[in-house]
Design a protein around this ligand. Sequence first.
Ligand code: ATP
Ligand code: MG
Ligand code: FE
Length: 347
Amino acid sequence: RIVLGIESSCDETGAGLVRDGRLLGHAVASSMDEHARFGGVVPEIAARAHVHALTPVVRRALDTAGLRLRDIGAVAVTTGPGLSGALQVGLAGAKSLAYALDVPLYGVHHLAGHVAADTLEHGPLPDPCVVLIVSGGHTSLLLVRDLARDPITHLGDTLDDAAGECFDKVARVFGLPYPGGPAVDRAARTGAPDAVALPRPLTGPGDDPYAFSFSGLKTAAARWAEGHADGGLPVADGAAALQEAIADVLTRKAVAACAAHGVDTLVVVGGVAANSRVRALAEERCRAAGITLRVPPLGLCTDNGAMIAAVGDLLVRAGAEPAPLDVSIDPSAPLEYATLHPAASTA
Ligand code: ATP
Ligand code: MG
Ligand code: FE
């Protein structure tokens, strides 16, 4: 079966087509520019943008793959977590298509999508593997077995801000353009990471080895910036130091989790996995520890429909039960299973 995946949990409208673990084509539209002047995603604007973008994006994904609507054998859609208005638009579109084409519908957890994105480039995930999810709203270390069947074990999560949120908020204080993460990455190229001393939260001997905290780091970076309020803020140095602190904490804990659980593969996914220093330091530390590192290609790190199709394809091939056509969104769904209907996972 060819699975169409639809993603609309935040400001990206994505559609992707996957068959047997292979990406056939995908397309993404973003309402990012419409949110820039507000400094963050405005839910109403995002939802309306999805209404306009959904049909063209599905059409573009089909064109890229050289496929037609009637080639679609199943529809997978993000049902949570995310912004409710935004999720509603994608789900309504997915239901309409599944009903009209008379094919099964699968509700997918957005974060399971981020995890599955890597399989489109590197093949099936080894069982077990440690996954570091670092995105705009989440930062978690997971132990993943069979993504389509087994429950996902949380080794640790952030106690406050997500890593991406830290990038975005500090970027704003530094006067960098929206969205902050990519802007910090660019600015850091010409900066000296040692020029500013920033903390490495929860890395002390008594701290939870797999929990994260980024709000203190955010405050420390903001305080440093305030010290240069008279102008002449060395933004490149601040960006490099912030990026180094985040990459250091993330990769240190992820590698430690692999070692402690005897796991030889680390998978780093989510928008922050696009960060150049996170990628480089993860590579360096995994090599030193004899761990295989897997990171999706840049275009599949941030939100897209291909990753949702990838989960749908895994569910189809695992013989999972489809969702009923009256399935609802769950804006704050915890990550327990890849699908938001645990009954389907036990099929
Ligand atoms: P979630 O997946 O938790 O619901 P989201 O979908 O908004 O959140 P993603 O699309 O996965 O998040 O990622 C967006 C985040 O990734 C933003 O915080 C953005 O700043 C960050 N990001 C993207 N590229 C980079 C980069 N090169 N360096 C650092 N951060 C980046
Ligand atoms: Mg986004
Ligand atoms: Fe995301």
